[in-house]
Design a protein around this ligand. Structure first.
Ligand SMILES: *Cc1c(COP(=O)(O)O)cnc(C)c1O
Length: 464
């Protein structure tokens, strides 16, 4: 009675339709403070089973009160909206429940993952012997790339560890995973050099080269650069081509973290933002950010697939019993049992074509331009970001952005976050939901402005 998949599928349908309706009627879920959550919702786990009607009602209440990341007023994170063909693929992965470790257990799903990786490698101009994998997210992609680079630099580190001063470079706007990853890799956080960026948030090649020379003088070993295609706050694109020349000269591994903006590779119009990408040693992007696939859909590409294999291969007689390593993807992954994150991207890509992916990216840049122009043309706004970016950063009148964003959340009005760059705080509106239209952006601003009129006295002002 409790384990009935057909009944639960139909329950799922009911609940999913309920979520869709809610998103429309109440785009912002009523926020509940953590110390009230157990009074508001029945989350208790008990010895006795639950009556199924009550079970359904409880679920509905939980769903209604969960933040709605696909609604039109959600701009809080680098994901949002849902591409239905990708959702379909992900639901099917759950239903199939394979692990991507071996061909024997995943069959065509392995070939699907390989098709995506092969296609992306072609698109970015990597050579024939390139490869990749689907890590659990952008942070893990960055981690794996660092490990591959470390082992490529010195294959003995795997077994012996190292006390060499291997130096890692990233920008002050690089993702916070870099610092965690450097500690996990055994290289040590003291060996990160944080490069000051230029006024638009990009790494300045001259700065980079000066820092390298300083490190060489001090007998350190420059070895890895994390450049970013779409920094997390400003969505700035580091100058890959210029940086690659310096990396080549000094034998430095160039990783391009495109978790946010790397999907520009699909757009004829915007791929110039990652000019020189074919010269990188590794590259990653998240299809769960700008492309609207469900969390997490991350792809890591490695210029020489042998390097990925050398770092992640493992002996496991109980697991690898058929087929060659090329089709047993556990040989190039961090996880043992690995979720199928490829199918959802494939169903999306197969259905709408590369043409469709391009349309999504171009539409988001159009929305971003519309947003940029709105802020730029209204004198009561101050712009803090730059052109050709999916992140529009601004302040409104003299409202303190941190307090304003927090109040917008507390009063169940808009989900949007704040950020900072070079010691200035601002509201950060990210354009990652391609289901939005220019009307939705205009609605964001009119909702914000009306909220400020209504709550003027309650919102802190920026201290001059
Ligand atoms: C989001 C992001 C990441 C982390 O990706 P996750 O999938 O959330 O782990 C890494 N780098 C950049 C630039 C990002 O924007």
């Amino acid at each position: 009675m409790y384990n009935d998949i057909k009944k639960d599928l139909s329950l799922f349908n009911d609940l999913a339709l309920k979520i869709l309706k809610e998103e429309n009627n109440n785009p912002i879920a009523t926020n509940i403070s953590p110390n009230k959550i157990n009074e508001t919702l029945d989350l208790t786990l008990n010895h006795q089973p639950t009556n199924l009607d009550f079970f359904k009602k409880t679920l509905e209440q939980i769903l209604i009160n969960t933040p709605k990341s696909s609604s039109k007023l959600f701009f809080n994170q680098l994901f949002g909206g849902r591409q239905s063909k990708a959702v379909l693929g992900d639901l099917l992965s759950v239903f199939l429940n394979n692990s991507m470790a071996t061909y024997k257990i995943a069959g065509p799903q392995v070939a699907i993952e390989k098709e995506i990786i092969g296609k992306v490698c072609k698109i970015i101009g990597y050579p024939e012997n390139s490869g990749g994998t689907f890590p659990t997210g952008g942070s893990m992609s960055n981690f794996m790339s660092l490990i591959v680079a470390r082992d490529k630099f010195d294959s003995h580190i795997k077994s012996k560890g190292t006390s060499k001063k291997l130096i890692i470079y990233t920008s002050e706007n690089g993702h916070y995973s870099i610092s965690k990853n450097v500690s996990f890799s055994g290289i040590g956080k003291d060996n990160i050099r944080i490069l000051k960026s230029d006024f638009e948030g990009k790494i300045c090649p001259l700065n980079f080269e000066r820092q390298i020379e300083k490190d060489i003088k001090e007998n350190n070993i420059p070895f890895y650069l994390n450049a970013t295609a779409g920094t997390t706050v400003l969505c700035a694109f580091d100058p890959v081509k210029d940086l690659s020349k310096i990396c080549k000269k000094h034998g430095i591994w160039l990783h391009l973290d495109g978790a946010f903006g790397g999907t520009v590779i699909f757009s004829e119009k915007y791929k110039y933002l990652v000019n020189g990408i074919q010269l990188t040693n590794s590259f990653c992007f998240n299809a769960h950010k700008t492309l609207g696939a469900p969390l997490s859909t991350s792809v890591l590409l490695i210029r020489d697939k042998e390097d990925l294999y050398n770092s992640f291969k493992n002996e496991a007689e109980y697991l690898y019993q058929t087929h060659s390593d090329q089709f047993n993807l556990g040989q190039t992954s961090f996880e043992c049992g690995r979720r199928n994150n490829a199918l959802k991207f494939w169903t999306l890509w197969k259905a709408i074509g590369t043409y469709g992916l391009e349309k999504i990216i171009d539409h988001e840049f159009n929305l971003a331009e519309h947003t940029y122009n709105y802020v730029n043309n209204h004198p009561e706004y101050t712009l803090h970001s730059f052109k050709n970016s999916l992140s529009i950063c601004f302040n409104y009148k003299d409202y303190d952005p941190i307090d304003l964003c927090t109040k917008l959340y507390e009063y169940n009005t808009i989900m949007v976050g704040f950020g900072s760059f070079k010691k200035k705080n601002f509201i950060r509106l990210v354009i990652v939901n391609s289901e939005n239209t220019t009307k939705d952006i205009d609605n964001f601003f009119s909702t914000l402005e009306a909220f400020c009129i209504q709550n003027n006295n309650k919102i802190n002002k920026i201290k001059k």
